[in-house]
Design a protein around this ligand. Structure first.
Ligand code: ZN
Ligand code: ZN
Length: 1020
């Protein structure tokens, strides 16, 4: 790193100048006491103060930390020359500790920055392929060198690939021709590619490949031909491969089939490649205190060579060079075509197929739960053990209790032993050299996961070579496009571990572009040198801190034309559309409430004094007025309707106005019947209770009754018996009229009961125990079990009480009935539906008014449903669980919370930010009134990031950061922006986030739901 310091002094650009200026200024600064506002400042950080702070540490660590401070100051200030206070603030001290740790970790590894000479010669070997990917130069094939790298005889072509694929893949795998593009997309003539081998070497190679089941003979008529009947033939060559044999590095060759010709006729086919995990996803891992991670890893040896393709494929993978037919036991004077028999690496569908096959081996054959998979298209697994399948490897990341490490470290996990036995069963050999068993440190996706420290970064060799290449470029007068591009590629890979660092790159892309137009090397811009230098300096910080806790405090920011505002919150609001009502007085009439209280059935938390006030409240001042609450209706209730009262007091169920003659509803008038029908047709009606007149049903009629004093009286005239349950035919006119009425009422009740049963509503009927009604065939049907359900409900208590028409239900029974009814409503989930349906229409309206994209009703309705589903989990007390869930829903870059809606076509669902109870953190007025809105949004975010970085307790955290600009959310999530002014802001963000070790989880919401909108406008 001393080397790096020398470079810094020589940097001709803004960085070098700024560093020199700051150093001079620091020397000349007498260290005046600072204003109170400076007491919590994080940046700029005085370099000499940092050096002083590190004085006890090794020179190497200390100088690197100072270098980082210089670079972070530069990124933060954008070249402005402002020096930090002489006395370190608390947040600065916390930040320095973090910088020191990262440098110490970085220097701890054995890997050292390679020597310049070896870097140069490596670079010489590499070239780009046609897609811009780096490949080594193709060499002539040498059979001996290639075969040494191939699996042994009996270890390749072990299993047919089609045995391990989904139906979807089998569909095209077994019909190779179905993967061909429509002819109109075919090239005008087959691309040419040759086999780089002499006849002799090629024959040797093919013999070995055939022996290994890796190639097969192809009949000429089976070879893929273009529209003019010309054969489509492929090439082959080798790239160098270095292998340790007996402690000596031997230069061997890797066989490469060049399938560009036949690939250009094929389509990319659907397979499990859509699940391929991305390294950014590990940002969703959280290592809690007292816990650690263990890594288990298995690699299939020479994985692509293990699986054979259906034989028809060889015709689509035929090589341009023939071999003597003797290779296949044919006559010596003939030549044969040869094609691939196993999955070739360069084939357009090999990734799609292999990811399918290995996923099958892991999740189906080894029975490892699919829910544990880290997949690009699934939320991060909420499993103590996460599975990562990446082509030929299966890795497992186990979360363990620190206390158990001693026991578990080095022990094979149960899932891994299942996987290894699956491989054994199918004769698939595993690469023991790469095996990891319960390891504290493991390689994943080109990175290293340290399960104890809880950090994930690029592999040390890659970090070292990044630093080495960077220094090499800085030491050269001129660089080539290739060299610069190569460095950028390495840097971008490393920066994927710490997104904000990507904003460092600006000028380098312009230089690459400019150099590509030159024939030879050229001079880099000063700004590009600065950028290379900054990347080198910050390399130790290009890592994810998986121990960064999820901060319970979420932030929201917004910008308006006049200013910016920000809010913070650590608690959800009380439930949506509810009142903050203590229930001391009636919410409607404000009368003091005593014993009888009627909670609003929509659960808006309003408490009412009576059914009357409840109805008025529901119709007028209930926040949940539109919510469809399940209703209860009482028919023939009596004048005081105690059952309706009891149901009204139990909550969740809205009581319809009771129906009774004494309340002015005459069942036998047109008007009365219309009223009843109106009640019955209420779409929210969920339960009914019927008590039809029972006077003419009593079996006691006509029987003598002995009173308490011994007197015997005769009751009223009998009107029915066993044989005439509908009434005697011989009764007088007036009695017949009464009977008809009585029967009509009873009939209506009975048929409503039956309907309720069919519609899965609840209905009950009350009649005396000794009523002839129970003899009616409708009732016996109920009794016989056909409608037994309804009868059982009926018998909440036993319906044995006074038959007097005027007699009221005892209150105790009403309460029991009401409680039972409430339970039934809860069991059906109807009360939840209520909230759901009611909210949905509000959310839908909000969405439709917010963006053009959501005007369309079906989309808005579906999305509103999803928003409400999420919102329902956002209840006070569940904040932490919700934030963890959001962490699991980060995008693959690991920086954005994207609530993907259905499919990507419908885009993203806005985050229901309004569920948080925010308080103001800041608001300020723009100094520049012409500020562009995007810059404004970014500045508001920066103000919040700075506020957090100034608080040491917020260091090393992840936090949900909500904003309403998709542009700025996207730029922050990516880490860089092609717009210069935005990228300047992103560099400032990078400085703040890197120095405070903070990880914003960026969520987007619509402006209507952005709480910070109001504070941002407070200067209008
Ligand atoms: Zn009232
Ligand atoms: Zn209400």
């Amino acid at each position: 790193m001393h080397l790096a310091h020398q470079f810094l002094d020589k940097l001709p650009g803004a960085l070098g100048e700024a560093v020199a200026d700051v150093a001079r200024a620091e020397l000349g600064d007498s260290g005046r006491p600072h204003r109170a506002a400076e007491a919590r400042r994080i940046l700029p950080l005085r370099v000499s103060a940092a050096a002083h702070y590190c004085r006890q540490l090794s020179e190497e660590v200390s100088s690197w930390v100072c270098l980082m401070v210089e670079v972070l100051n530069f990124l933060y200030l954008g070249g402005k020359k402002i020096i930090g206070g002489e006395i370190l603030t608390d947040p600065q001290r916390t930040a320095l500790e973090c910088l020191i740790r990262s440098v110490e970790d970085f220097l701890e590894t054995e890997v050292r920055v390679p020597a310049m000479g070896s870097l140069r010669s490596d670079l010489g070997r590499i070239r780009f392929d046609y897609t811009g990917e780096i490949v080594a130069v193709m060499e002539e094939l040498n059979a001996e060198s290639v075969i040494a790298c191939w699996p042994k005889v009996g270890e390749a072509g072990m299993q047919p690939a089609e045995k391990f694929v989904s139906e979807e893949v089998k569909e095209w795998l077994t019909k190779p021709r179905s993967t061909l593009l429509p002819r109109c997309y075919w090239p005008s003539s087959p691309p040419r590619s040759r086999v780089r081998a002499s006849d002799e070497e090629w024959e040797k190679l093919v013999r070995a490949a055939v022996e290994r089941n890796m190639m097969r003979e192809v009949n000429e008529e089976d070879i893929l031909r273009d529209q003019q009947g010309r054969m489509v033939l492929n090439g082959a060559g080798a790239v160098p491969k270095f292998k340790q044999i007996d402690g000596r590095e031997v230069r061997l060759q890797r066989f490469i089939s060049n399938l560009v010709p036949s690939n250009s006729y094929q389509d990319h086919m659907a397979g499990d490649d859509r699940h391929l995990p991305y390294l950014g996803q590990l940002a969703m891992l959280e290592v809690e205190p007292e816990s650690e991670l263990l890594v288990d890893s298995e690699d299939l040896t020479s994985c692509f060579n293990l699986f054979t393709l259906p034989p028809q494929w060889a015709g689509m993978m035929t090589f341009a060079k023939q071999v003597p037919s003797t290779v296949f036991g044919g006559p010596p004077d003939q030549m044969s075509w040869v094609g691939m028999n196993v999955v070739p690496m360069g084939w357009i569908n090999s990734v799609s197929l292999m990811q399918t096959v290995v996923r099958q081996l892991v999740f189906v054959e080894s029975d490892i739960p699919l829910t544990s998979e880290i997949s690009k298209i699934k939320p991060f697994p909420d499993d103590a053990s996460a599975s990562l399948v990446y082509l030929d490897s299966y890795d497992e990341i186990r979360r363990i209790d620190t206390a158990y490490r001693g026991l578990l470290e080095g022990e094979e996990s149960e899932r891994h032993s299942r996987f290894t036995s699956t491989c054994k069963r199918f004769g698939l050999s595993l690469n023991t050299g790469k095996r990891l068993v319960g390891a504290v440190r493991g390689s994943l996706q080109g990175g290293v996961l340290d399960g104890q420290k809880g950090v994930f970064h690029s592999a040390p060799e890659k970090q070292a070579s990044l630093v080495g290449y960077g220094l090499m470029l800085l030491s050269q007068e001129q660089v080539s496009e290739f060299e610069l591009r190569h460095f950028a590629g390495k840097a971008l890979f490393n920066m994927a571990f710490r997104r904000p660092a990507l904003s460092i790159f600006e000028s380098i892309f312009y230089d690459i572009e400019a150099l590509s137009k030159l024939d030879g090397p050229g001079v880099m811009k000063d700004a590009t040198k600065d950028e290379i230098f900054m990347v080198i300096a910050l390399t130790p910080l290009l890592r994810m801190n998986l121990r960064a806790a999820v901060d319970p405090q979420v932030t929201i920011t917004d910008a308006s034309p006049s200013g910016a505002g920000g809010g913070v919150s650590d608690a959800f609001k009380r439930e949506v559309d509810t009142e903050d009502h203590d229930g001391a007085r009636c919410f409607y009439c404000e009368k003091e409430l005593w014993e009888d209280k009627y909670p609003c059935p929509s659960e808006c938390r309003a408490m009412l004094c009576s059914l009357d006030c409840m109805w008025r409240h529901r119709g007028m001042n209930c926040r949940r007025r539109g919510y469809p609450v399940p209703k209860f209706g009482e028919r023939f209730s009596g004048p005081r309707h105690p059952l309706s009262e009891a149901v009204g007091q139990v909550g969740l169920i809205e009581v319809q106005p009771p129906y009774d003659l004494s309340l002015g509803h005459n069942f036998f008038s047109d008007e009365g019947r219309a009223r009843l029908e109106e009640l019955e047709h209420d779409p929210d009606l969920f339960c009914e209770h019927w008590a039809p007149c029972c006077k003419l049903f009593s079996k006691a009629r006509g029987r003598p009754i002995r009173l308490d004093d011994g007197e015997v009286i005769y009751g009223p005239q009998a009107v029915r018996d066993e044989r005439h349950p509908m009434g005697f035919p011989w009764l007088n006119r007036e009695m017949k009229q009464r009977l008809r009425h009585s029967n009509t009422m009873a009939n209506r009740s009975m048929s409503r009961l039956r309907e309720a049963e069919q519609e899965e509503r609840i209905a009950t009927l009350e009649h005396p125990y000794g009523s002839w009604l129970w003899q009616w065939h409708q009732a016996t049907e109920l009794d016989s079990g056909l409608l037994g359900y309804a009868v059982r409900r009926d018998a909440q208590g036993r319906l044995q009480f006074d038959t007097e028409e005027e007699a009221e239900y005892p209150m105790g029974w009403c309460k029991a009935y009401a409680a039972g009814l409430r339970k039934a409503v809860e069991a059906k989930g109807r009360h939840l539906e209520t909230v759901y349906e009611g909210r949905k229409s509000w959310v839908m309206q909000e969405l439709q008014e917010s963006t053009q994209r959501l005007r369309e009703e079906t989309t808005a309705r579906l999305m509103a449903g999803d928003v409400v589903r999420l919102e329902k989990q956002m209840v006070p007390g569940s904040e932490q669980a919700h934030l963890k869930e959001m962490l699991r829903r980060l995008t693959i870059r690991g920086s954005e919370v994207k609530l993907l809606f259905r499919d990507s076509e419908h885009g993203e669902m806005p985050y229901p930010a309004y569920r948080w109870l925010f308080r103001k953190a800041f608001s300020f007025k723009w100094q520049d009134p012409e500020i562009h809105i995007n810059e404004g949004e970014l500045n508001a975010f920066l103000a919040m990031a700075e506020r957090r970085a100034s608080d040491p307790s917020k260091h090393a955290t992840r936090y949900l950061a909500i904003l309403d600009s998709q542009v700025i959310r996207g730029a922050l999530g990516k880490g860089r922006s092609p717009s210069r002014p935005i990228n300047r802001g992103l560099r400032r963000a990078a400085a703040l986030l890197l120095i405070s070790d903070c990880y914003p989880l960026l969520a987007w919401t619509i402006s209507r739901w952005n709480w910070a909108d109001a504070p941002s406008r407070s200067f209008e």
